[in-house]
Design a protein around this ligand. Sequence first.
Ligand SMILES: Nc1ncnc2c1ncn2[C@@H]1O[C@H](COP(=O)(O)OP(=O)(O)OP(=O)(O)O)[C@@H](O)[C@H]1O
Ligand SMILES: [Mg+2]
Length: 113
Amino acid sequence: MKKIDVITRPEKLVALKKIFMTHNCQGMTVSSVMGCGRQRGYLPEMNFVGDDINLLPKIEVFVVTEDEQVEEILADIQTAIGTGTNGDGKVFVTDVVDAMRIRTNERGEDAIK
Ligand SMILES: Nc1ncnc2c1ncn2[C@@H]1O[C@H](COP(=O)(O)OP(=O)(O)OP(=O)(O)O)[C@@H](O)[C@H]1O
Ligand SMILES: [Mg+2]
């Protein structure tokens, strides 16, 4: 199992939900977060002030999915929400060692189906 963690612009939530629905993901978690990437949160028209960091509103959306689905989901994310501009966002993929559906005590992949 893999965790796909997407941090991107808030207005991309609708497109992300559609992608995860298309791939039959059985759950997702969405948070409002603040963040910056390598521009340190500065827009081109803003004056860059020394070593300050400006945090911008972003959303973080994660799903835990089967390994085989990861590349297709990443390809769809790139196609659907990439604009080619700074701040498009980032995806982090990590291994998930186990899961448990609390109601049934199902474990591993059974818990995410
Ligand atoms: N290395 C990182 N660790 C944790 N969060 C990150 C990291 N890089 C980016 N993020 C998160 O992703 C959001 C979007 O990052 P962003 O797309 O600006 O990345 P970038 O590396 O600056 O790429 P770009 O040059 O295309 O803007 C950030 O606001 C931050 O919340
Ligand atoms: Mg950036």
